[in-house]
Write a protein that binds this ligand. Sequence first.
Ligand SMILES: [Zn+2]
Length: 396
Amino acid sequence: MVYPRNVESKNLKKIYSLFTEQKTLTRGDIVSKTGLTYPTVGKMIDKLLDEELITWQGMTKSTGGRRAEKYKINNQRLLVVGMTLKLNRVGMSLSSLNGEVIRKKGYLIDYQGDLVVNLTKILKEFLSESDQLANKILGLSISFPGIVNKLQSKAVYSTILKVTNLQLKDWLEQEFSFPVWLENDVNLMAMGESYFSRINYQKGLLYIFWETGIGSAMMFAQDLVNNEFAGQLGHVVVQPQGELCFCGKRGCLETVLSPAILINQVKTRLASQVKSSLHRYDPVTLIDVLKEAEKGDSLGEVVLDKIENSLGLALANYIELFDPDLLILNGEIFHRVPFLVNRLKEYINSRIMFKGLRRLKIKSSQLGDQAELLGLLVLLKQKELANKLDSLFGYS
Ligand SMILES: [Zn+2]
């Protein structure tokens, strides 16, 4: 048996969710997008207006027929607090549910100090700089650059932060009155990109982020592949006899692709007076090296070959195993050097079977830096929005 209150709660969530995705909506828009009737939509709009979750936005322009009333989300009513944990610093953000960042601030932190005390202090200070936040905060969403145990909501391990087994959710929920969730940083980027850039994929999305280390995330039908230790692309072995990695294995992708190591190799070659257009760069960066490779510099080509034969190879193998139809490359290097994306595309396509049948698309990220912040929003929406609406409207 279906209870009318459950149906009402479901309809209300469906409609509010649409408002978080669209600039403005009329009753007619909602009817056509949801298949609900005009009276139902009207009733739900009234409820959302009463709770100030949406606001009236004027009338549509006349196109001959009747003008319709437009509504939009009230982007001050429910807010997500975001926390991104990075090397030596914490990024804090306050965002509305439609992706608008209201305020951002960075703080220095020592992860080896008393983390509960330090994170609590940062959060309190950040929140105290906004007025009247009570009842508006949907929750706190944390981005962790390492392994997250989702069942226990525990930050298991991060080589960047040099921390293990942090009970961040438990600690912070004891200090604050709102719910806390955490997720791996690259998983969040994939969620943000998948949700906000309206990218199309039917089967699966493989998402790569390359900065100092390299991480990956995989989504099937909008859902993350959530196995605890999955996505360790940086520790896929590409040179069995290669350099020792900090993880204890030899020849991991990260030991080949570390920008610092690649640049050191370039400097050694330059010092041995090899002929190269890279002599005029001081200091030389990986972006310079790849841009010169595009112009035909032979030392640049050596580095590019290394990237293709390690990252390209690992990605081709990944694709062969999981058959995603979209690969997104995020990180400054892909953004600044489109040539690298094109070369990887060619390399990967030449090393996978059935490439004509797969219709694999390989692109650089549309959202760049924003992907992680937007992912924090998506996480809280998925985990807490339904509960929050149920409690606001007395459905729970
Ligand atoms: Zn490793």
